[in-house]
Design a protein around this ligand. Structure first.
Ligand code: ATP
Ligand code: MG
Length: 442
């Protein structure tokens, strides 16, 4: 394979020492990606895209595939979250799609957008638009525009490419900002110098793509990113929380957090957060301790906030406007930290371990397990997760009533004592439990 026309399916491409001039002279005028679409997307989805392209053409509207999926098609990576842009009216187009009788369509006429959900696929339709920012960090004012203006409002060149789906040009790449070239060189580059000031969430997005793809921030982009770090203060806590969540869903969030820590971006979320080697080690361990295939977002968040004091924890919860359950996980994690010393006692009985840990969320327990230096405490936490939390006595309230115990607090107490006896292995059968209760009654 020649260096110039090597496709981007290999990340090695951008490291190759080919000459840009050479590339430009040999570059075909139009690049057609229909064979990549055919190869990388499921056949049903390809058929769907072609049909929608035809319907749009009948309405004299132009249809494009845009953003992440174009980037990932060029990289040879799977991406089934499709973003389509319509030059014209996306709502009008999706109304025609009802005739395909596939999936569920939700429209948002105010924003000129629609979503089609179909099995495990989701396709977003948007009317091509241009954006202006009245002030940094505010949400932009938008108005219908051309595909060119729609691509110009995007974050990075690699995310600002489109593919024609209109039948006469099907598969043709539109790359007005050199995105394909930046993909080849492994570069993250903004489209204009005000980009980070207009929307500082792009700072977090830039770090996310840089680390996910093993790319580099282009020199000038990095300079402007650093200069605009103070602009993160213009972004609402909700939007930062969303970016953080996207990061925690990545394969290796610790890489992004380390970079964000070094650049001073993480400190903008809270000055006491650290993206250091300690965190990286805990994240690696967290992946082993949690369910496979599911990014342990809650657990990562608990570990990220682990070094914070109680007061700092409260500040973080309120700044990021965390959900009730996320906030509870952080509070649980923090309060469990204070119990680690007791949990490090090798003489603890199972019932005592149970009483120390019951009621805490899994994430809080696993976070403390991976953060604790004491092997004994870690063993006790794991014992609770694997076994103790499932232990129940065989006898239930009704059985005790039948044995002549009066209803009320006393009955509850007996049930609790039975539970403890079970946990500590003092009873192992129904008969054992009945004998124990009878013994207490005598
Ligand atoms: P991912 O693989 O992480 O989903 P993506 O490129 O699909 O990457 P999305 O967040 O799904 O990213 O957004 C879709 C597209 O919308 C992006 O590719 C980009 O063109 C554009 N976009 C998203 N957020 C911004 C932003 N803050 N500023 C400018 N453009 C954005
Ligand atoms: Mg996406």
């Amino acid at each position: 394979m020649g260096k110039v026309d090597c496709e981007l399916s290999s990340n090695l491409c951008y490291n190759a020492d080919y000459q840009i001039a050479d590339f430009i002279t040999k570059m075909p005028k139009t690049i057609n990606l229909s064979s990549q679409i055919q190869k990388q997307l499921p056949a049903k989805l390809v058929k769907f895209l072609q049909t929608v392209g035809e319907i749009a053409a009948k309405q004299e509207q132009k249809l494009y595939l845009v953003g992440g999926v174009v980037r990932d098609l060029l990289l040879g990576q799977a991406n089934l979250d499709l973003d389509l842009v319509v030059e014209g009216d996306a709502i009008n187009l999706t109304q025609q799609l009802a005739q395909l009788k596939q999936g569920k369509i939700t429209t948002h006429p105010r924003f000129g957008t629609a979503k089609l959900q179909w099995g495990k696929w989701s396709v977003d339709f948007a009317t091509a638009r241009s954006e202006t920012y009245a002030k940094p960090g505010a949400l932009p004012s938008v108005e219908p525009g051309s595909i060119d203006s729609d691509l110009f409002r995007r974050d990075f060149t690699i995310n600002a490419m489109a593919i024609y789906l209109t039948p006469t040009h099907y598969g043709e790449l539109i790359d007005l900002h050199g995105g394909r070239d930046d993909l080849k060189h492994g570069l993250i580059r903004i489209l204009h110098k005000n980009s980070f000031a207009d929307d500082a969430t792009r700072i977090w997005r830039g770090l996310r793509y840089e680390q996910r793809l093993d790319f580099q921030l282009e020199k000038n982009t990095l300079k402007l990113l650093k200069r605009n770090i103070p602009m993160l203060d213009t972004i609402s806590g909700n939007r930062i929380q969303y970016e953080l969540e996207c990061i925690l869903k990545e394969e290796f969030p610790e890489k992004i957090l380390r970079r964000a820590g070094e650049l001073g971006v993480l400190a903008k979320v809270h000055p006491s957060l650290k993206g250091d080697g300690w965190l990286a080690g805990r994240f690696r361990q967290a992946r082993q301790l949690s369910l496979p295939d599911l990014p342990p977002v809650g657990l990562y968040l608990a570990l990220l906030a682990y070094p914070l004091t109680n007061e700092e924890n409260k500040q973080l919860i309120s700044h990021l406007k965390l959900t009730r359950s996320q906030a509870q996980t952080l509070r649980d994690t923090n309060s469990l930290k204070d119990k680690l010393e007791s949990l490090a006692d090798p003489k603890l009985t199972p019932s005592r371990i149970y009483s120390l840990l019951h009621g805490y969320s899994d994430s809080a327990i696993i976070a403390n397990e991976s953060a604790s230096d004491s092997p004994t405490a870690r063993r006790h936490l794991q014992l609770f997760l694997d076994k103790l939390r499932y232990v129940k006595p065989i006898l239930i309230g009704d059985d005790l009533l039948k044995m002549g115990i009066a209803p009320g607090p006393h009955l509850k107490e007996i049930l609790q004592l039975l539970h403890e006896a079970r946990l500590d292995g003092k009873v192992t059968s129904r008969q054992d439990e009945e004998d124990l209760v009878k013994g207490w009654l005598d």
